[in-house]
Write a new protein. Structure first.
Length: 63
């Protein structure tokens, strides 16, 4: 399994989220106007982490 990072980023983009900046280490910060920014790891191998990101952004999607 390659991980969930591509799918997570695709879903975020489709829902109006944009890459704000790269973070320290292996993370990126994504944001949407009026929403709290979220942290997305470069190497998101865990389904649980991917689902947590979806929950944090309010997107109704389960991996």
């Amino acid at each position: 399994m390659n991980g969930f990072e591509k799918e997570v980023k695709k879903i975020l983009t489709e829902n109006g989220w944009k890459l704000l900046r790269s973070g320290k280490g292996s993370h990126e910060y994504w944001g949407k106007k009026g929403e709290k920014p979220v942290t997305v790891p470069y190497n998101c191998k865990s389904r649980h982490t991917a689902n947590s990101i979806m929950k944090e952004t309010g997107i109704n999607h389960k991996f």
